[in-house]
Write a protein that binds this ligand. Sequence first.
Ligand code: AMP
Length: 487
Amino acid sequence: MTPTRAPGALLAEHARDRFHDECGVFGVHGHSEASNISYLGLYALQHRGQESAGIVSTDGHSHFVHRGMGLVADVFSEQILQKLPGRHAIGHVRYSTSGESQIRNAQPFFATTDGGPVAIAHNGNLVNARAIRRELEGRGSIFSTTADSEVIVQLLARSREQTLAERLIDALSRVKGAFSLVMLTSDSIIAARDPSGFRPLSLGRLDGAWVVASETCALDLIGASFERDVDPGEVVVIRRGRVRSLRPFKQSSRETFCVFEYIYFARPDSNLNRDNVYRFRKDLGRLLAREFPVKADIVVPVLASGDPAALGFAEESGVPYEQAIIRNHFVRRTFIEPAQSIRHFGVKVKHNAVRGLLKDKRVVLVDDSIVRGTTLIKIVAMVRNAGAREVHLRISAPPTIGPCHYGIDTPTREELIAHEHTIEEIRELMAADSIGYLSLEGLRRATASLKNGFCDACFSGEYPVAIETGETSPQLSLFLDADGDDG
Ligand code: AMP
């Protein structure tokens, strides 16, 4: 069952040859150190994408671009940042799939249009990008990347509207799916969120400048104050220090913010829609303890993703919390494995068990989600090897049964362990004594206390925005419930 991997491929385990990106965006308007601030903002958003990073700045006359493969700290140096002058800048971090792992897909995209130069940084997936791309290619457009975000740039370049803000709105009116984006012109920054509000986007203030960021943890790092979230369907135009709010799109019938941002993807110190992510994860752990109680000696998180839920579980159940699995924080995407194979090398690079804590114990192992199951199978084996008497798995999300089409990188349906197997089969495959996933009803009850509506398609199979294939016309869009490959 466990897929085999080439040596050195451990951290590429979510890499697949598809269009799905996970990204973070950042922008600053009206600050003398715009590119330095952007660098720090991206640094705080690194968890949203580790494959490439980029910043585009402007001094009002020219745009300055730097993009590279790798982590923010590797892509930028003091010397490089000095070559990105100006009071306005936007930035992007991206994690995509192996087939698309190329510098040409690194953002922000920069284009010179007859309305002036623009740079765009996009987070989210467009569900009709393929169809639009075919249409535009048929009319002579030449695409220079394979990223779905480029259709926005191409549509904007072709738009007949007057200003660049109007052109962006025109372009965004044609795309469907998820976008939280920032655009940089010579004198403005424009922030926009799709009408369903899939991905987060917040506004902040710093020394009189305006800041836009995927998550509030980026505002915290640069010392900016949180102003408000960009609303679903809102376009915010920041120019000459003033903010103009537009609502140009057809209203969505309901907001569908990504619940997985709360469960795993966002940083726990961020507030999403003003609700703290850490607190919510801890509440899920409490719920899980109520739904699946178990007699045990210690509650152990799979660090760091399962940590807040494990604390919640421990507090609710009264079973002591112990960090009996330690994580190496400095693991890179690729590493060199010795030719002579080491048992369970892959998982041990990242996690190691604390024998003294686990020996002869009945252990509750808490993680936030199971995707393919490859990580947890190995961790359960590691915990048993360390002498645990019983291992009870508790997952603070429902079974992941479907891929995301709106910007979280999930594998195809067939690769999802919970799509292919019953819960009892998963328990057996994991060699666990018991397993409990938070129920979908439990998750929905928990989210009912939050201020916004949710997309939980990866757990429920209910996709709020239909997926369009390139094969069909947009009018005859096909709802691809059974296929995970189109985005
Ligand atoms: P696995 O079941 O081995 O595929 O990995 C599941 C673990 O990966 C979860 O416990 C999460 O902590 C983490 N995870 C879940 N979704 C993603 C994602 N889209 N990208 C990266 N890591 C993820």
